[in-house]
Unconditional design. Structure first.
Length: 104
């Protein structure tokens, strides 16, 4: 087997493993079960600390967490881009340099 073929086989194996892990995570979340894979979820630990919050709400929050990460990253990137653009156009004093309309 060539080195590149071997490397490709390893990469395919790793990707296949990730897909299986992702699907098993989804099954555990969807059916609220633990398949005893050693991947203890925070939602199980939360049972001790947050019994007043319905489990289905916490499960929904756990599913939404990945979306929060994307939106948070996007927002921080946009804020940084805007600040860098304003500094580049008006220096460190961009706020008081007239670049921002007074009504704002």
């Amino acid at each position: 087997m060539k080195a590149t073929s071997f490397e490709q086989a390893i990469k395919l194996f790793a990707i296949s493993n990730q897909i299986v892990e992702h699907e098993l995570d989804r099954v555990e979340e969807e059916f609220a079960i633990d398949l005893a894979r050693g991947h203890a979820k925070a939602i199980d630990q939360d049972e001790t600390y947050y019994p007043q919050i319905d489990r289905s709400i916490r499960q929904e929050a756990a599913r939404m967490a990945r979306h929060y990460e994307v939106f948070y990253s996007l927002e921080k990137s946009i804020r940084s881009l805007v600040a860098d653009t304003l500094v580049a156009g008006g220096g460190e004093q961009w706020w008081s340099s007239g670049r921002v309309p007074t009504r704002i």
